[in-house]
Design a protein around this ligand. Structure first.
Ligand code: SAM
Length: 302
């Protein structure tokens, strides 16, 4: 897709995720993060903020890092630890936000979530639900090519798209695969539970947006299962949105990580975090590539 198509997709993505930004702002306000930092005698680290607002340290860390990317907070690293302060401006954002919130915040969010129902004349049918799910897969028509061409996959003739819907990533780029990569065989879709059922034999297992759904323990369990089924020389292509090593960006990936906190037990991870999970399961030759688009690629071999 040309750059104007990429820009159009980026813009749509920004609008579609805009609600996450306001939720970060209101959650930080409601928890009292801005008040705490405005009243503290100096910068506070994640543990101090989490204790001060009675929140989980993992969730607080994600929230604070995202606030930094949104320029709502500032961070300085001292002795390897991030210490947060409010951005200069009004002494605390809270009074202003409290007023805004009356108009657009919690109550507003509830009302706005009904916009579809208020505008549409009919409820969403099963067919529309399927179309909606299909639309979720459309990211691969934009980003599929960049992740599948990130590495030379020509040594992996049989590919299995684990947790694909069905085989969404690879199929979206079938033409690219055949023309550029000469990897023609995507194994047929088999129903099953990848945590319990025997996995299909393949040379390359694609795990696209799978690991980010799960906590580290479940990821390790799945990766160990793939390792035991995989033949030596085979591998895994992990497709995920990669966090920077300091976890302070990219903003969209931070928002996705908060989305995972809200909807799943998972999170977005940095390359080092994936390296730890994949190497503990036995995989070697870790390589990763930031594609510059939303999703990035990691390749490992057995
Ligand atoms: C976030 S979606 C990603 C889908 C696809 N790989 C993609 O990137 O478009 C997660 C997928 O994992 C599948 N899934 C979740 N738990 C599973 C399990 N235990 N066994 C097999 N598939 C599972 C879901 O059905 C869903 O299709």
């Amino acid at each position: 897709m040309g750059s104007s198509g990429d820009d159009g997709y980026r813009l749509l993505n920004e609008y579609a995720n805009g609600f996450m930004v306001s939720q970060v702002l209101f959650a930080a306000c409601e928890l009292g993060v801005f008040d705490l930092l405005a009243e503290a005698p100096g910068p506070l680290d994640v543990a101090a903020v989490a204790a001060g607002v009675a929140a989980s340290s993992h969730g607080t860390e994600l929230l604070l890092d995202t606030c930094v990317s949104l320029k709502l907070l500032k961070v300085e690293t001292r002795a390897g630890k991030g210490e947060h302060t409010e951005q200069p401006g009004p002494r605390s954002k809270t009074p202003f936000l409290k007023k805004i919130e009356k108009l657009t915040g919690r109550g507003g969010i509830h009302l706005w979530s009904q916009l579809f129902g208020s505008v549409a004349l009919h409820a969403r049918s099963e067919g529309e639900r399927l179309q909606f799910m299909q639309a979720l897969q459309d990211v691969w028509s934009v980003n599929g090519r960049s992740v599948l061409t990130a590495f030379d996959l020509s040594g992996f003739p049989r590919m299995c798209d684990l947790g694909g819907w069905p085989g969404a990533v690879a199929r979206s780029n079938e033409i690219g695969l055949q023309a550029d990569l000469r990897v023609p065989i995507l194994l047929p879709c088999v129903p099953g539970d990848f945590f319990k059922d025997p996995l299909p034999e393949a040379d390359l297992y694609i795990l696209a947006r799978i690991l980010h759904d799960w906590a580290d323990g479940k990821c390790s369990h799945l990766l160990e299962r793939v390792y035991h089924t995989c033949k030596p020389g085979g591998g895994i292509l992990v497709i995920e949105s990669l966090l920077d090593e300091d976890r302070r960006g990219p903003l969209l990936t931070q928002l996705y990580s908060l989305n995972m906190l809200v909807q799943t037990e998972g999170q977005e991870r940095s390359p080092t975090h994936y390296h730890m999970l994949l190497s503990s399961a036995g995989f070697r030759d870790f390589q990763f590539k930031k594609t510059g688009a939303i999703y990035d690629a990691i390749l490992v071999r057995k």
